[in-house]
Write a protein that binds this ligand. Structure first.
Ligand SMILES: Cc1cc2nc3c(=O)[nH]c(=O)nc-3n(C[C@H](O)[C@H](O)[C@H](O)COP(=O)(O)O)c2cc1C
Length: 198
């Protein structure tokens, strides 16, 4: 399956340009070694005080159909429609307090996102695709997956091999083919004052 075109304004690393979030997955099993390498890439992310607040709940349908079903049951319908086909589902959580002093860690989400970005790039390098999702029931996930109170469930991830766009129907198929778009740098890169042109 071809990666989507990334019309970058400046040349960027191929791995970054190739990562995108498709919705069509094949049932092909994800090599357990590749999955471990993706999680290892997350492991080596930077984090505030090296707290490493991220936690990943992982279920491979081929090895653990019950776990896959448990995670899938937390997805909102619009995501479940395509994401449950992915052979691996993950739930990204982060500890919102520091283990060293139990004080609030306001960078926990930042760190978990950074770890997941590394996971996504490793997945791309492995020839895999993934799609992160905020559309899930966090309270249901907390209960069904026994997530302790001091951990926040941030996102779910569908991971696997890219499938053909025509395996999707209607609007989903159109979105699979839609061009990638981004704000220009001028909209998010400022001088030393917020909003100031650089
Ligand atoms: C935290 C987060 C939550 C997201 N939630 C959803 C979601 O619930 N459903 C969905 O279809 N896509 C979701 N996405 C995917 C984004 O829509 C996608 O990353 C964005 O449109 C940019 O496209 P790209 O990843 O292909 O570059 C989410 C992405 C992130 C990072």
């Amino acid at each position: 399956m071809q990666p989507k075109e990334t019309p970058a304004d400046f040349p960027i690393e191929d791995l970054i340009a190739r990562r995108w979030s498709p919705r069509s997955f094949t049932d092909q099993r994800v090599d357990p070694g590749a999955l471990s390498r993706c999680l290892e890439a997350a492991r080596w992310a930077a984090s505030c005080f090296n707290e490493q607040p991220w936690r990943y709940l992982v279920a491979d349908r081929h090895a653990d159909p019950e776990g896959h079903e448990r995670l899938a049951s937390c997805l909102v319908e619009a995501n479940a429609a395509w994401a449950t086909k992915a052979p691996v589902l993950l739930l990204v959580c982060a500890r919102t307090t520091f283990t060293r002093n139990d004080k609030a860690n306001r960078h926990a989400g930042y760190d978990a996102g950074q770890a997941t970005a590394q996971l996504a790039l490793q997945a791309t390098a492995e020839g895999l695709v993934l799609h992160q999702m905020a559309g899930f029931d966090a309270q249901a996930a907390r209960e069904r997956c026994a997530i302790p109170e001091e951990y926040e469930p941030y996102a779910m991830i569908a991971l696997g091999h890219h499938g053909p766009a025509d395996a999707l129907e209607g609007e989903l198929r159109e979105r699979e083919a839609a061009p990638r778009s981004r704000r220009p740098q001028a909209e998010f890169v400022y001088g030393s004052r917020f909003g100031e042109t650089r």
